[in-house]
Each structure stands twice: as C-alpha cells, then as structure tokens.
Design a protein around this ligand. Structure first.
Ligand code: PLP
Length: 340
C-alpha cells in the first residue's frame, strides 16, 4: 500500500515521490493540467464515437503531418517505450551491434531508463550516437531546443526521438512537421489537455518508416478502447477551446514567477527548474519544503543535484509559489539570493 492507502504498484522514483506526497497543501509537483480545466468536462461527458482513423487524422492535423505517419498509443510513456524498442531493434539489425544513445541532462528520467532497458548503451562522448532522445520543451527546464539541434545532420546523432509531451502549452510547431529523415516524435493528451484518464497519446514516425513500428504496436500493445477514442476525438475537435484555457492558466502562473519578460517567455512548458546556490542539496531542500506542506521534485531525479522542479499547472500556483518563495528565503538565509 502506498501513503494514500491505495494498492498501486510502484512506478519510477520521480512518480513515486510525487504520488506519495500528492496531498501536500502546496502541490507544485503535478506537470499535467489534471482536473483544472473546466472546458474539458462537458466534452468528455457524452462524446460521439470515433474510429482510429479519425483520431489519427485529428492528431495529424494538430501536428501538421500526413495521417499515415501517426500511430496511436495509450499515452507518451507507452509511445516512448514502443518507439525505443522498435528503434533499438532496427539499429541492431542494421549495425550488428548494440545501439547507442545520447541523452543530455537534465532530462525526464524514464527516457534514459527506458532506452537502457530497450538495449541502448550510452554513446561515448566523442562518438556519433545512433539515437538522441530528448523532451522538447524539456522537462524539467521548460525550455525548447533550438530547431537546428532537432535535425540529425553532420556529426549529430543519426536518429532522434523527440518527446513533445508539453509542446501545446504554446503555439510552438511540432518538429515532425518538417519530416526530417530519422526524426520520430511522441505526444499525449495527458498534460495540456488534462486527460489522464483518457489515456491516449501518439507516435509520429519519420516519413516512410512506420512498418516495423506498426508490427511492434500490434504485437506488444492493445488497441485504444472505444470510450477513449471518442473522448480523444472530442478533445482534439475542440482543441483550440481547451488549449486556450490551459494556456491562460499557464500564462498567469508564469507571470507569478516574477521572471524577467524575456526569460519568462522562454518558458514553453509549465515547469521551472530552480537552480539552488552551489552546494545546496535539492533533496534535503525538498524534504524540508515538504515539512512546510510544499511539494517540489528534487533535481537529482533529472540528473542535477542542486536544483528542484516546480510545476505551474494549478490555479492555486500564485499562492503556492508565494509559500515556496517564503520557504526558500528562510531555508537559504538572506545571504543566498537567486543568482543563477
Ligand atoms: C517528458 C514526458 N514524457 C512523458 C510523460 C508521460 O506521459 P503520459 O502520461 O502520456 O504517459 C511525462 C509525464 O510527466 C513527461 O514529462
């Protein structure tokens, strides 16, 4: 049993930390909109039936790609997992050796863990990796990668898996739109659409590459339930309306951070990676915050020890952040200002 008395299985360390402390008075741990969106409630109540083709077409329209490149999954976690297994197999068959991967820190931890589980080995720093895996916008920093870095050219990795879980918090276009060879993209309805329970996500393959992936999905996963397809279609048909509400909340919360305008508009996802003064351990800091009823995620989960991640998804964020800022000042003492 977990701390809530539910017999949920353990997930991975970051998710377990957030689940265990979900009842914190000031929850700055949740990266999805969850139930904050009033616009989704009527849409999810009595949705019209939708076929797989229709949902694929709606995803394709929002990413501006050919629907033949879109494969539905039960969320981005499954999308990343099946994409990684498929890419590992393809590269192993091509190269007759273990596939190699490059993952820069900080990064959402399951991306690297799943890649290793699928058989990828970390590429040596001087070598060209077979695959780069990254979230864009990045979780936990909320920043985007320059688009030139998102194309495998010259000495960069030959293939890329770009997790665009947070893309639609702004109008940033999908990198899939460019149709670069070797670039695969994943996405989901669980964050900006707040539709955790619908459990629908997708993989968009590079042009002409879906055959192996289709076989993998057919073998390893089940189709999307009719109820989920109908709800997914309802959300995607009313995409502009839902996104407008989520983006309004995000904009208000981003303002509450009090960052300089240019830095604030660089934040493309509702996550903020607060770099602590050097030598301050983020885990010790996060545990002390919890004792004041404030939940944040230690940076060590993302590969950086002296930082914590805050999420800007709740309507209560301005209040929660004020409590966090008070705690931060008292924990660090007046000699430590935000210097980085
Ligand atoms: C970068 C990233 N990818 C994937 C996921 C999981 O997405 P889903 O709930 O659709 O499986 C998350 C959740 O926090 C995430 O931050």
């Amino acid at each position: 049993l977990n701390a809530l008395g539910k017999s949920e299985r353990s997930k991975f360390p970051l998710a377990d930390w957030l689940d265990r402390h979900v009842q914190a008075r000031h929850n700055l741990g949740l990266s999805g909109m969850g139930r904050e969106l009033a616009s989704t409630r009527p849409l999810l109540r009595h949705p019209s039936p939708a076929s797989v083709d229709e949902v694929q077409r709606l995803v394709a329209r929002s990413a501006r790609v050919d629907p033949a490149r879109v494969f539905l999954t039960h969320g981005a976690t499954e999308g990343n997992a099946v994409a990684l297994f498929t890419l590992a197999r393809t590269i192993r068959t091509e190269k007759h050796r273990a596939p190699t991967v490059r993952i820069l820190q900080p990064e959402y931890p399951p991306l690297g863990d799943a890649a290793r589980f699928a058989g990828f080995k970390p590429a040596s720093p001087s070598a060209i990796a077979d695959l780069a895996v990254l979230s864009d916008p990045n979780n936990p920093t909320g920043r985007g990668r320059p688009s030139a870095e998102l194309k495998p050219i010259g000495s960069s990795p030959r293939r890329m898996l770009v997790d665009e879980t947070f893309r639609e918090f702004t109008s940033r276009p999908s990198v899939a739109q460019e149709g670069c060879p070797g670039v695969w993209v994943t996405g989901t309805l669980t964050k900006v659409y707040g539709a955790d329970e619908v459990r629908v996500g997708w993989i968009i393959v590079a042009p002409g590459e879906g055959e192996e992936l289709g076989a993998a999905l057919g073998l390893l996963t089940d189709g999307i339930a009719a109820a989920s397809r109908a709800q997914a279609a309802a959300l995607l048909r009313n995409r502009k309306f839902v996104l407008a509400e989520a983006r309004r909340i995000f904009t208000v919360n981003r303002r509450a951070l009090g960052l300089k305008e240019a830095t604030a508009t660089d934040l493309l996802a509702p996550v903020f990676f607060d770099r602590l003064p050097r030598g301050v351990d983020g885990t010790t800091f996060a545990r002390a915050a919890l004792r004041r009823g404030i939940l944040v995620a230690p940076g060590s989960f993302f590969g950086i020890v002296d930082a914590v991640r805050l999420c800007l998804t709740r309507r209560s964020f301005p209040r929660d952040y004020a409590a966090y800022a008070r705690f931060r000042r008292s924990f660090l003492g007046s000699s430590h200002r935000r210097t980085r």
